[in-house]
Design a binder for this molecule. Structure first.
Ligand SMILES: CCCCCCC[C@@H](O)CC(=O)SCCNC(=O)CCNC(=O)[C@H](O)C(C)(C)COP(=O)(O)OP(=O)(O)OC[C@H]1O[C@@H](n2cnc3c(N)ncnc32)[C@H](O)[C@@H]1OP(=O)(O)O
Length: 311
């Protein structure tokens, strides 16, 4: 990465962690679900794919299309992330990168619904050259009030760190330590490998699902951010990876997925080929996704499957 022209920024940690987000609500329909599935490559190589047609079409007259679990990662974007409204958090939005995503799914995602989001600051860390802020969004079914899912998004703000002493860097989080932030990749051969090309227009399609960050569409913005051209949304790459896992281990059944974790290690350029290596380890699938053309790992993490899923 080159040419990250860092601008002045300032963080007041106590102000940031005391921030209260307002509750938001939104609705989605089957059209949003299908558009998302296409955005993460469903049916891109085979429009008659037996497992994936269910995600985009009411196949065989099925009443509801099936919802990929990573669709839930869009929920925090429904009314904007709201980072700009956080007092004490000054940063250059052009240098923001998605660092990690952790998702818990509590019940099958409906193919259309009205949702209420409750968001909180779950973490704030001074990394010297960067600040990491973590936002936890709990989503509930509006009608019944039942908990549907939780997203914890780790956002890496390049150029905005150094607001605390380097010998005791500021670090705050509200969640327990037993939720890992990285995975060890097994040394043995993967249980399954899935290769999937992305399209040069992949980010332009994916953005229509709600993340309109110009880093993914505007060549000038991408250059300011240090990239030669617009990059793929991290959550799009994760969508490809989790779809590969569902295809390889869950017979295409998206409700088999309980928890998802991924750490974004390197950017992906739309048009590159994603190769996801997967290791089945009890109810857990450890995975890493590489870009074939550069032979670099861009994402690694795990997915926890429901015990009774048809493996
Ligand atoms: C729903 C809400 C979503 C949030 C909004 C998202 C909006 C989207 O539109 C934006 C995107 O999708 S951006 C695209 C996806 N993300 C990427 O491409 C980033 C890929 N990763 C990188 O480039 C580097 O890892 C990079 C640059 C992230 C870090 O590399 P380095 O600067 O070299 O960091 P390093 O020196 O290795 O480590 C410094 C400290 O930071 C921690 N860290 C590193 N990578 C991390 C990551 N990916 N996530 C979380 N923490 C991370 C390290 O552990 C280290 O801390 P410590 O010293 O305490 O160990």
């Amino acid at each position: 990465m080159a040419n990250t022209n860092l601008s002045a920024s300032a963080i007041d940690p106590e102000l940031v962690i005391s921030h209260k987000f307002s509750e938001t609500s939104f609705s989605y329909t089957e059209r949003d679900v299908a558009l998302y599935a296409l955005g993460v490559g469903a049916c891109a190589e085979d429009a008659m794919d037996e497992k994936e047609l269910n995600y985009v079409y009411n196949k065989n007259g099925q009443k509801f299309i099936k919802v990929l679990p990573t669709f839930s990662a869009l929920f925090p974007f429904a009314k904007g992330l709201g980072l700009e409204g956080i007092r004490g958090l000054q940063f250059d939005p052009r240098l923001l990168l998605h660092g990690q995503q952790y998702i818990e799914i509590y019940r099958p995602l409906p193919s259309n619904s009205s949702i209420v989001n409750k968001a909180t600051i779950a973490g704030l860390h001074d990394k010297g050259k960067a600040t990491i802020i973590e936002i936890e969004t709990r989503s509930y079914l509006k009608e019944s009030g039942e908990a549907l899912c939780m997203n914890r998004s780790t956002i890496y703000l390049r150029g905005s760190g150094g607001f605390s002493s380097s010998s005791h860097p500021y670090s705050y989080k509200t969640y327990p330590n037993d939720q890992p932030s990285h995975v060890s990749i097994p040394k043995y051969q993967p249980t399954a490998v899935y290769e999937n090309p992305t399209q040069p227009s992949q980010a332009l399609l994916y953005r229509l699902s709600g993340d309109y960050n110009p880093l993914h569409s505007d060549p000038m913005v991408a250059q300011v951010a240090g990239f030669t051209r617009p990059i793929l949304h991290g959550l799009c790459t994760m969508g490809f990876a989790v779809r590969a896992i569902i295809k390889s281990f869950c017979n295409g059944e998206p409700t088999a997925v309980k928890n998802i974790f991924g750490r974004f290690l390197l950017h992906v350029y739309p048009g590159e080929t994603l190769v996801t290596e997967m290791w089945l380890d009890g109810p857990r699938v450890i995975y890493q996704t590489k870009v074939k053309e550069r032979n670099r790992t861009v994402l690694s993490g795990y997915v926890i499957l429901k015990q009774n899923s048809s493996l």
